[in-house]
Design a protein around this ligand. Structure first.
Ligand code: ASP
Length: 333
C-alpha cells in the first residue's frame, strides 16, 4: 500500500522548530538538542570514541577523563536506560552526578518551580545537564536559559537524539555499514520520538525506509517530508509480513500509551504487532532486530536467543555512546 492509498484522517503535522546550530566545530560546549545538528563526520567521531570507551570499560572499568566534572540528570518523565546509562557513563569517566530523576517529585519542581529556574539552579552546580521532559521543545527552552550545555534526553513526542546516536552506533557495529541498508520501523511511529530521531539521522545515509504502523500511528508528516526531501525511497504498510524478508534492520517500538488522550484508541492498537520466532523465520540470515526498550509485548521473549536480536547489545551501547558524547561536549575528545 502506498501512503496515497490510505485515507488520511489523522492530523500528523506538528510544529517543530529547532534553533540548535550544526556542530561544525565539534561538540565542545554545545547543546545537543536535535539530530539535525549532526553531520556524518560528527557521527563517525562519536562512533570512534564510543569504541574506545567500550575498550576502556572492558579492560579497566573506568577512567578519570572527566574527574572534577559534574552532570545533572533532570528527568520529569520515567526512564530506566537513558538515566542510568548517563549516570553510569559519567561515573565511569570519573565524574559525578546530581540525579534528579526518580526524585523529581521531591525537588522544588513539585512546588511549581519553573523550568528556567530549575535549569539556572542546576547549572550553577553542574557542567552539563541532561533533561527529559514531556513537552516537545522543552530541551530547547532549557537551552535558551542555560549557559552550560543541555542534552535532550527525550522531549515528549519530539526527539531523542542520544538514543538515535546509540541506535546508529549499533547498526554500524552489528552490520558494519549504514549505507545501502533497508530499514524497517514498526509500531508507534507517530508518538515514538526515537523513531523520529533515528529516521531523520538515517537521512544522512543512503538507506531505504519501510514503515509499518496502524493508520492512527503513522509517521508524522514533518519527518516523512524530510525523508522525501533527501530523495530516499519509502514504503508504508500495516503488516510486518510485507517487509520482514527484505529488511536489514527491523526497529520495533512500543505503543506510547502515555501519549494517548483516548485510552480506548490505545487499546485498539496496542497489541497489533508482535515479533515472533515464526515471523523471524522469514527474515534474512544477516539482519538485526532492534528496540529502544522498554518492550511491552512487541517482541516475544522467545526471540531473545536469536543472534539477530540486538536490543540488549543496543542498550549496552547506550552507555559507551553517552560516555563518548559527555567527553565530547566537555571538550575532552
Ligand atoms: N525509552 C524510549 C523513550 O524514552 C522508548 C520508549 O519509551 O518507548 O522514548
Amino acid at each position: 500500500m502506498t501512503p496515497n492509498q490510505k485515507n488520511s484522517t489523522v492530523n500528523n503535522s506538528r510544529k517543530r522548530v529547532s534553533r540548535a546550530p550544526k556542530l561544525e566545530n565539534g561538540f565542545a560546549s554545545q547543546d545537543i538538542l536535535s539530530v539535525s545538528q549532526f553531520s556524518r563526520e560528527n557521527l563517525e567521531h562519536i562512533f570512534a570514541v564510543a569504541q574506545d570507551m567500550r575498550a576502556i570499560v572492558k579492560s579497566a572499568g573506568s577512567t578519570d577523563l572527566l574527574r572534577g566534572f559534574v552532570l545533572a540528570c533532570l528527568f520529569y518523565e520515567p526512564s530506566t536506560r537513558t538515566s542510568s546509562s548517563f549516570i553510569a557513563a559519567m561515573t565511569r569517566l570519573g565524574g559525578t552526578v546530581i540525579p534528579i530523576t526518580q526524585g523529581v517529585q521531591f525537588s522544588s519542581v513539585s512546588k511549581g518551580e519553573s523550568l528556567p529556574d530549575t535549569i539556572r539552579t542546576l547549572e550553577s552546580y553542574a557542567d552539563v545537564i541532561v533533561i527529559r521532559h514531556p513537552e516537545m521543545g522543552s530541551a530547547q527552552m532549557a537551552a535558551d536559559y542555560a549557559r552550560k550545555p543541555i542534552i535532550n534526553g527525550g522531549d515528549g513526542i519530539g526527539e531523542h537524539p542520544t538514543q538515535a546516536l546509540l541506535d546508529m552506533f549499533t547498526i554500524q557495529e552489528e552490520l558494519g555499514q549504514i549505507d545501502g541498508l533497508n530499514v524497517g520501523m514498526v509500531g508507534d511511529l507517530r508518538y515514538g520520538r526515537t523513531v523520529h530521531s533515528l529516521a531523520r539521522l538515517l537521512c544522512l545515509y543512503d538507506v531505504r525506509f519501510n514503515f509499518v504502523s496502524p493508520e492512527i500511528l503513522r509517521l508524522p508528516l514533518d519527518v516523512m517530508n524530510e525523508i522525501r526531501d533527501h530523495g530516499l525511497p519509502v514504503t508504508e504498510t500495516y503488516d510486518v509480513a510485507d517487509i520482514i524478508s527484505d529488511v536489514d534492520v527491523l526497529y520495533v517500538t512500543r505503543v506510547q500509551k502515555e501519549r494517548f488522550a483516548d485510552l480506548g484508541q490505545y487499546e485498539e492498537v496496542k497489541d497489533q504487532y508482535v515479533i515472533t520466532p515464526e515471523l523471524m523465520e522469514h527474515a534474512k540470515k544477516k539482519m538485526v532486530v532492534m528496540h529502544p526498550l522498554p518492550r511491552v509485548g512487541e517482541i516475544s521473549y522467545h526471540v531473545d536467543d536469536d543472534p539477530r536480536a540486538a536490543y540488549f547489545r543496543q542498550m549496552e551501547n547506550g552507555m559507551y555512546t553517552r560516555m563518548a558524547l559527555l567527553a565530547a561536549v566537555l571538550g575532552k575528545v
